[in-house]
Design a protein around this ligand. Structure first.
Ligand SMILES: NC(=O)c1ccc[n+]([C@@H]2O[C@H](COP(=O)([O-])OP(=O)(O)OC[C@H]3O[C@@H](n4cnc5c(N)ncnc54)[C@H](OP(=O)(O)O)[C@@H]3O)[C@@H](O)[C@H]2O)c1
Length: 280
């Protein structure tokens, strides 16, 4: 299958390109400098030239706190750019996959969020991601909207690296205990996305590391698996002042019959730690 990946130099995009290559697809990865998805003419021209059968849109504005003061940038890329890409894909008969976020939920539910749960975004970033789901779906009937959560992978700054670096440099960390989600290894997610675009299971999917935990529990497991000594203390969301609100609970589950399931988040963490050692 011929695949085009946008945002191909980002954390998820890098792994999607690798997964597609491993599965012997004909894949073209375009970084931000190669294709700005907000440039409608360039998007139409490039898709017309490359003629992929599916587009995996990993291009995104992902600065959750920064978006609070930059609605326009978040909406331009995550919503309008996503719509332009989906529309250009439709024009050449290609499907489109849009990765979305657990942050579209308000966190008030006490059980895992499934696809039929009502999104209620609390932050500008989350609003832009929900708007991107809508613009993608409205622009191309052959769409996959995949909500995932708490990503970590070798090609990006992530929570695991932050924790390991704090442990090395300070010997102690303070981590929130009252936000729960699903840590997800991008290599596992990327495999799932590439498998999904080769099907006709269009629509909304929740795909994330199985199980769930708080950021504090995630940090403890990082130190345990990495064999790192660190004094880990917990705090509440209220005690740390961050510009963007985050859902207190955003564990994802799926209600789809033939869903793609990822390994447990602890397995994802273990595989990530092995990959980063191998890459060092
Ligand atoms: N990270 C998470 O925890 C998380 C959780 C759930 C869902 N997601 C979703 O997963 C997807 C991938 O996230 P990620 O963590 O891999 O993000 P990332 O590492 O920030 O990668 C995003 C990539 O998109 C590029 N980009 C930004 N604006 C662009 C534009 N207008 N045109 C083309 N490329 C553009 C960025 O380039 P520059 O760096 O040059 O701007 C970057 O390479 C996003 O849709 C995100 O919303 C992420």
């Amino acid at each position: 299958m011929k695949l085009l990946v946008t945002g191909a130099e980002g954390m998820l995009g890098t792994d999607v390109v690798r997964a597609a290559e491993r599965m012997d697809h004909d894949v073209v990865g375009l970084g931000h400098a190669d294709l700005d998805v907000t440039d409608v003419d360039a998007v139409a021209r490039l898709l017309g030239d490359l003629r992929p059968e599916a587009v995996v849109n990993c291009a995104a504005y992902t600065n959750v706190d920064g978006a609070e003061d930059d609605l326009r940038s978040a909406m331009d890329t995550n919503a309008h750019g996503a719509g332009a890409l989906a529309s250009a894909a439709r024009a050449i008969g290609a499907s489109v996959l849009y990765p979305s976020s657990d942050y579209v939920f308000d966190g008030s539910k006490a059980a895992p969020y499934v696809e039929s749960d009502e999104p209620r975004p609390q932050s500008v970033y989350a609003q832009s991601k929900l708007a991107g789901e809508h613009s993608t779906a409205e622009s191309n009937p052959r769409h996959f909207l995949v909500r995932s959560s708490w990503l970590f992978g070798v090609a990006g700054k992530n929570f695991v690296e932050t924790m390991l670096s704090l442990a090395t440099n300070h010997g102690e960390v303070v981590v929130v205990r009252d936000q729960l989600g699903c840590p997800t290894y991008t290599a596992h997610l990327a495999d799932a996305l590439v498998r999904l675009v080769a099907t006709d299971a269009y629509g909304l999917h929740h795909i994330a590391g199985a199980g769930g935990c708080s950021w504090y529990e995630f940090a403890l497991e990082i130190f345990r698996q990495a064999g790192v000594e660190c004094r880990a203390m917990s705090c509440t969301t209220e005690e740390i002042d961050r510009p963007a609100p985050r859902p207190a609970y955003s564990v994802l589950a799926t209600e789809r019959g033939e869903a793609i399931h990822l390994p447990e988040w602890e397995v994802g963490l273990g595989d990530y730690l092995k990959e980063r050692v191998a890459a060092a």
